[in-house]
Design a binder for this molecule. Structure first.
Ligand code: ADP
Length: 468
């Protein structure tokens, strides 16, 4: 590999105290060894970030913009290597990997042009009151293994824009592209402003409890999110949590099944179903239930499962051994609680392959419907009473996204207003952008990402009130 894969601490690329063996999920075998950070190295990264932060915050905005733009350029110039490495460590098809890198660049360019200017909220004979947004200090971005490049970049961008320094801690099963991002960042940002330290799932708690870390921007599972929140309480750290979801898609009886099926399929099976905002349970009206199930089965039949680097592959393996074991368990659940009409395990080459699986004649109360599967196994649940399906949708402790599908926009809109989630899409699913607030309702998250509201969470509101 041309790009270095070393830890980045205080502007230095270092080997680290230990070694992480990174597995290619399409073979189940290690393909590279990279440094594993130690507690001392994480402490050193925090200290470096703390030292570097005031200077970075004092750097004029135009300069911070310019460096973020250069970082976006570097991601662009190295897109091919990043995408190919992403396939090897994460499993997704090369086309999806390229899209992820392009999105990362797009988000970085958005932040490289964004601003959160001071506002004057009162200016009269008595007072002038200004609201500014100051840097918080050291921000730690803790990222998961499903979109390691995009998520790292959309945490790094707003952190640095607001004048914070940044420590990236990737998931242990997908550290390689994060280390490559560190190598790119080293040549662009002052020493200590960006640091990248890997772990074996053992250093996150150090970050969340550390008094010199001002904010945690976390994306991961809800159970780990709870631990982050509890740990952050000791120092009243700022936290933004983007957690699990069990997004329902509700398909009304008036949809054009042939037109909707490929979109619904894509919304459920992108990245082998390992997307926080994927369709996780599909509620389909009785009148079109059989037709939509058949259309999804046909769609599953066109999927080319394989190594993401092979041309033509449209779905890769699930990302890691734990997820594969979970998927195998959920297939047993599917068999017991419903009827598998497409999919199942594909034993091949030692890889973690699960075919896109459609499960029909299953109901709420099954773990496959009630819990987040995070795997390419979609339960299709029949309904005929819209009010009941809204109740079932909203009964979940999760509330990340959701969608309503109907050819009657008024009907769909009225239904969308009743869904308890941070986002509801109508006739599509899985759309987000840096200008759109993204926030999980209930136990799907805490705080907001993206948009002005999301940017503000990377700063400290600072009021200057002047008596006249
Ligand atoms: P999964 O359960 O699929 O491994 P997690 O939500 O646990 O996903 O992981 C998301 C990220 O959180 C990873 O970078 C992981 O290393 C990190 N992490 C795991 N445990 C903790 C913790 N106690 N505190 C902070 N981060 C953690």
């Amino acid at each position: 590999m041309a790009l270095p894969t070393k830890l980045l601490i205080d502007g230095n690329l270092i080997d680290g105290a230990g070694v992480l063996s990174v597995v290619d999920p399409s073979t189940g075998a290690p393909f590279i060894e990279v440094p594993r950070g130690s507690q001392g190295e994480m402490e050193a990264a925090i200290a470096a970030a703390k030292r570097a932060q005031p200077g970075w915050a004092a750097t004029p905005l135009v300069e911070r913009h310019a460096r973020l733009e250069r970082f976006a350029d570097a991601v662009h110039q190295n897109a091919d290597e990043l995408a190919r490495t992403l396939v090897m460590e994460q499993g997704k098809p090369l086309g999806e990997a390229r899209t992820e890198i392009a999105h990362a660049e797009f988000f970085l360019r958005h932040f490289a042009a964004a601003d959160l200017p001071a506002a004057v909220v009162q200016d009269d004979a008595a007072l002038r009151v200004e609201v500014h947004h100051r840097a918080l200090g050291v921000v730690a971005g803790i990222t998961p293994w499903n979109f390691p490049v995009l998520i790292a970049c959309y945490k790094l961008g707003p952190s640095l824009l607001l004048g914070n320094s940044f420590i990236l801690k990737p998931a242990p099963t997908t550290p390689v592209t994060s280390l490559m991002l560190g190598a790119l960042a080293r040549d662009i940002f002052p020493a200590g402003v960006v640091n990248v330290v890997t772990d074996a799932n053992d250093l996150g708690a150090l970050l969340t409890a550390h008094p010199d870390v001002a904010k945690i921007s976390f994306t991961g599972s809800t159970p780990t999110g709870r631990r982050v929140m509890a740990s952050a309480a000791s120092t009243l750290k700022r936290i933004t949590l983007e957690l699990g979801g069990n997004d329902a898609a509700i398909v009304l009886d008036d949809v054009d099944v042939a037109a909707a099926a490929p979109k619904i399929f894509a919304g459920a099976f992108l990245n082998a179903g390992q997307v926080c905002i994927a369709i996780k349970r599909l509620y389909v009206h009785d009148r079109i239930y059989d037709a939509l199930c058949s259309a999804l089965v046909a769609q599953a039949g066109t999927t080319v499962l394989g190594n993401g680097l092979d041309g033509g592959t449209s779905m890769g393996p699930v990302q890691n051994a734990a997820q594969y074991a979970k998927a195998r368990h959920l297939l047993d659940v599917a068999e017991a609680d419903g009827k598998i009409v497409a999919g199942g395990i594909e034993a091949r080459n030692g890889g973690y392959f699960v075919r896109p699986t459609i499960v029909r004649d299953i109901a709420d109360g099954s773990a496959l419907v009630d819990d987040e599967q995070f795997a390419p196994i979609l339960p299709v649940v029949r309904f005929d009473d819209v009010d009941a399906v809204v109740r079932r949708t909203n009964a979940s402790p999760y509330g990340l996204g959701g969608s309503v599908w109907s050819d009657d926009l008024d009907r769909a809109y009225a239904l969308a207003q009743r869904i308890d989630s941070g986002t509801v899409w109508i006739n599509h699913h899985l759309h987000f952008g840096p200008h759109i607030p993204f926030s999980g309702a209930k136990q799907s998250g805490y705080g907001v990402e993206f948009s002005e509201a999301g940017l503000a969470e990377f700063g400290q509101t600072h009021v200057i009130s002047i008596a006249k």
